[in-house]
Ligand binder design. Structure first.
Ligand SMILES: *Cc1c(COP(=O)(O)O)cnc(C)c1O
Length: 212
């Protein structure tokens, strides 16, 4: 089932005309390591997790398989250290203080931690992320951080105007030729996201089934 679902997602990705390279991130929050192993056996390497404790358990259980781990959930500042120690990417950086902590806490000997700024693209009070107006002021600060690498942006748009928001995100990325990553598109809107420039798509339900 999981292997077939992955194949369907790859077919969906290929069905959308695009020139950018796309990485499929399997969002495995709340799912057991045995489900992730099925995806790994079908060739999946990148996994996205939202909750630190369960993520750390799965990272330990599945180690030695060359996986790439993405932290995509809300970040509490007292939880940054295990994230800096165990993940390859963080999509949900929404304030400088968090970036500073990742920079200070990334272990020497590991590659730089890749980070994305989460953008509250529709200016919704219920969502985290930096506002569009704050982005340009924040970016230069990242030059001071030697242990993390700002790669681009992530968003979770309001479903009512997802396409418009994806287009806005692509415009923001275009202003920064040194950045290369746009994390956008989930099970319901991955096609629209790819059409509008996504380079990472984050798919949970359509790979692993509904979450309880
Ligand atoms: C849960 C989650 C996803 C996956 O959503 P699906 O609709 O299950 O594909 C993607 N991104 C984030 C930030 C999530 O929390």
């Amino acid at each position: 089932m999981i292997a077939q679902n992955l194949e369907k997602i790859h077919n969906r990705i290929n069905a959308v005309e695009h020139s950018q390279k796309i990485m499929l991130i399997a969002v495995s929050k709340t799912k057991p390591a045995s489900d992730l192993q099925k995806a790994i056996d079908a060739g999946q390497k990148h996994f996205g997790e939202n909750y630190l404790q369960e993520a750390l358990e799965k990272i330990e259980t599945l180690k030695g398989q060359n996986l790439v781990w993405h932290f995509i959930g809300p970040i509490q500042s007292n939880k940054t250290k295990p994230i800096a120690q165990n993940f390859d990417w963080v999509h949900s950086v929404d304030r400088l203080k968090i970036a500073q902590r990742f920079n200070d806490q990334r272990p020497q000997g590991l590659e730089k931690l890749n980070v994305l700024l989460q953008v509250n693209i529709d200016n919704e009070s219920t969502k985290s992320g930096v506002l569009v107006d704050e982005i340009e002021e924040l970016i230069p600060h990242f030059e001071n951080f030697k242990n993390i690498s700002l790669r681009g942006f992530m968003c979770i748009p309001n479903p009512n105007n997802a396409e418009q928001s994806f287009k806005k995100m692509a415009e923001i990325l275009q202003k920064h030729p040194n950045l290369d990553t746009l994390s956008m598109g989930m099970s319901s809107d991955l096609d629209l996201a790819i059409k509008n420039g996504a380079t990472f798509v984050r798919i949970g339900t359509d790979i692993f089934g509904k979450r309880s």
